[in-house]
Structure formats: structure tokens, C-alpha cells
Design a protein around this ligand. Structure first.
Ligand SMILES: [Zn+2]
Length: 180
């Protein structure tokens, strides 16, 4: 089963959730032996709990996301942004029953993978000694069975001193979005 597309952010503090209990082979086998209805029920129960768990993480992530999604260097220009929305009186974050799945980058990924620029992709000059100008970032959100792991891929951006064109390090083929 693929849970790659759910939006989950690692939270700084424990929200006090029950740990997700995975089904044992026996439980699955028993349902299988009992027939289609038991399997359907088991799926609904299990995935329902998982969805609930994810929703709580999403709500928490939404609360924590005010400072995420932008590189540290972009903070300078608008230090004091204020929400134009009036307080609704509801708690912030996803409301109950909210089904939206807008992915937001997290400020502190669990893991960072650097994709280096070795040479200019335009004229093939070596850029090994050229300083990195910045990083183009894409985050992959994954929900492994036990805990959530976010890997940030950082592709180096370098300008070639010879042709003055920029080369960005290559992300793995599967990493296509700023947040996925
Ligand atoms: Zn070049």
C-alpha cells in the first residue's frame, strides 16, 4: 500500500497520540477466512484509525507551518506579515472533516540529501571549485510503518565563471515537486 502522498509534517513535540498498531498476520488471516465482509470491515477500521492519526498530524503541522516553506534567506523582506483573515473563533489548522491535502514544506526535514553540481551542464566546464549560490529544494514526504521521515533534497546551484550560465544539481527522477 502506498501512503506517499499524504501530507505529514514531523512535529516538534509529541501530541500525545496513541501509537499506530499494525495488524498481525493472524488478524488479517482470520478476517480473510471469515470472508469479504470481515475484510472490508477490517480495512475500514484500520485505515480509519490511520486517517484519523494523519489528520491529527496534519492539524498539528498546519499550526506549526507558519515559519516553514521558505528558505531562511527570504525572511528579510517581509518580517512582519499579518494575516488578513479575521479570527474565526475556531481552532487553527484543519477543521474536523477537512479533506484538503495541500502539501507544505517543513522547516526541519529529518534528512537532507545534497545533489552536487560537478560541472556546467551548458559548456561542461568544471564547477568543482565554484561556490554554491543557493539551493533548489524539494521535499519528499513518506510515512514508513513506524515513524514519519522527511527527506529534503537540496540541489546545488552554481554559476559558471566561463559562460555565466547556471547549473542546478540533478534531483533523483522521482523527486519532481517542491513538496511531495
Ligand atoms: Zn558553462
Amino acid at each position: 500500500m502506498n501512503f506517499n502522498i499524504v501530507k505529514i509534517a514531523k512535529t516538534e513535540h509529541n501530541i500525545g497520540m496513541e501509537p499506530i498498531r499494525l495488524l498481525t498476520d493472524d488478524e488479517i488471516s482470520i478476517a480473510y477466512d471469515q470472508g469479504k465482509e470481515a475484510v472490508v470491515k477490517l480495512f475500514h477500521e484500520t485505515l480509519g484509525k490511520l486517517a484519523e492519526h494523519i489528520q491529527r498530524l496534519e492539524d498539528q503541522a498546519a499550526k506549526n507551518s507558519s515559519n516553514s516553506g521558505k528558505p531562511p534567506s527570504s525572511d528579510g523582506l517581509k518580517k512582519k506579515t499579518q494575516s488578513l483573515r479575521r479570527p474565526s473563533g475556531k481552532k487553527s489548522g484543519g477543521q474536523a472533516g477537512h479533506k484538503g491535502h495541500t502539501l507544505k514544506a517543513v522547516a526541519k526535514p529529518d534528512q537532507v540529501e545534497l545533489h552536487r553540481v560537478k560541472d556546467c551542464k551548458h559548456c561542461h566546464a568544471s564547477l568543482a571549485e565554484v561556490a554554491t549560490q543557493g539551493y533548489e529544494k524539494r521535499q519528499v514526504f513518506e510515512v514508513p510503518p513506524v515513524r514519519i521521515q522527511v527527506t529534503e533534497h537540496q540541489a546545488e546551484i552554481k554559476e559558471c565563471p566561463i559562460c555565466h550560465q547556471k547549473t542546478v544539481g540533478e534531483f533523483p527522477e522521482a523527486v519532481t515537486q517542491p513538496v511531495q
